[in-house]
Design a binder for this molecule. Structure first.
Ligand code: GTP
Ligand code: MG
Length: 358
């Protein structure tokens, strides 16, 4: 702290001088009157002297801005506290409505990313239908598992009727793993010599996309047709007419730009004996997934593949999305390796993970 004195003919004048030099942060320690110097000083009006204390290097203004920051942070903390209390109050209220026998399962599901509305709806129905109060805890656990497995449903993976042909489209958002997943399924079928397979790619948006599939077609020794428009598609189908399965890779699309009038969807629509896989990443949040599903809702018959479950923290979205769409979830993919990192969706395993058993 530094000390400085100011003299003025009035207190006001002395303070003004001090403020001009030291700003608003100086503190007045003392005020006193002093006689003017000189021979006739004795006859003159006395002057006012103030003693001011101040901090060097604007420390005091820093301190003030620190104080402001602290005030801001504590008001934000208070807001956050309010929000957390509101959320936990809401969750608590929602929990309250759950049959006490099911509460621990409800909490597990919600902790694992199942929407609380979905968990509540499933368990409300269950407790309306079954008197759980007369069941022991092991039976309740088994009932809950059976019910959840039923909600997740059958995987309904790819099959071809003897002598038939299927044209299988992989559509979905950018970068979710459409091409890799197509390659995994194709490679496994080639390795098992199960079906005779051909590939088509309409993803000519990037040269690298065609090359990616060309590499797989060469390794697997299966033909690849590159198509640029709808007419090319019909030509490619002639070239591949003897194949049991024709896999079609498509360009990843920002779901906000998906339009059913796109040439791709018109072409898909014109094809018979098809299966459409909507490929979704397990790492996408629920709100975005919901919006993707809305955008693709004009396709009536699709199945779902969930990719990248190895990267997801929680698998709740599998149940959320099944509940929302009631479409089969056929495959889950578990890593980048072709062809190994893919499994037919196993509802027992998913439920085990949702209940924290795996
Ligand atoms: N961790 C993990 N990565 C995966 C999985 N499946 C695919 N990937 C990776 O995701 C990235 C994108 O895969 P692609 O198959 O090219 O995705 P895409 O949907 O065809 O992409 P676009 O054609 O660009 O829309 C690659 O690095 C893949 O190796 C998976 O199950 N787990
Ligand atoms: Mg691709």
């Amino acid at each position: 702290m530094m000390i400085k004195k100011y003299i003025g003919s009035t207190t006001h004048e002395a303070i003004e001088k001090m403020k001009r030099e030291l700003g608003m942060d100086a503190v007045i320690l003392n005020t006193r009157t002093v006689k003017q110097k000189g021979m006739f000083g004795i006859f003159k009006k006395p002057l006012v002297e103030i003693t001011a204390a101040y901090e060097m290097d604007n420390k005091s203004s820093n301190r003030r801005s620190d104080m402001e920051d602290i005030k801001k942070i504590s008001s934000e903390l208070a807001d956050l506290k309010g929000m957390v209390e509101k959320i936990s109050y809401n969750i608590h209220q929602k929990e309250e409505k759950i049959d006490p026998n099911l509460k621990e399962y409800w909490i597990k599901l919600v902790e694992n990313g199942v929407q609380d509305t979905v968990a509540t709806s499933i368990f409300s129905k269950l407790s309306q239908q079954v008197d759980l109060s007369i069941k022991d805890s092991i039976s309740i656990r088994n009932i809950v598992k059976r019910v959840l497995v039923e909600y997740i449903g059958e995987s309904d993976p790819l099959k071809v009727k003897d002598g038939g042909q299927k044209i299988v489209f992989f559509v979905g958002p950018t970068g979710v793993g459409k091409t890799t997943t197509l390659a995994k399924i194709a490679a496994q079928m080639v390795l098992r010599k199960e079906y005779d397979i051909g590939l088509i790619t309409s993803d000519t948006y990037r040269i690298a996309a065609v090359e990616q599939l060309r590499i797989y077609s060469e390794i697997l020794n299966i033909p690849l047709e590159v198509i640029y428009n709808e007419e090319d598609m019909y030509k490619a189908l002639v070239h591949l007419k003897e194949k049991d399965l024709i896999f079609v890779d498509t360009t990843g699309k920002n779901h906000k730009e998906v339009d059913k009038e796109d040439e791709l969807f018109k072409m898909i629509n014109s094809i018979k004996n098809k299966e459409i896989y909507l490929v979704l990443s397990s790492t996408t949040d629920f709100v975005t997934l919901k919006s993707i599903l809305n955008r693709y809702s004009f396709i009536d018959n699709y199945k779902i593949i969930f990719t990248k479950i190895d990267e997801a923290e929680r698998l709740g979205n599998i149940l959320n999305i099944k509940y929302l769409t009631n479409k089969p979830i056929s495959y889950v993919t578990t890593g980048q390796n072709v062809p190994d990192d893919i499994k037919i969706m196993n509802s027992d395993e998913i439920v085990g993970s949702l209940l924290g058993e795996i």
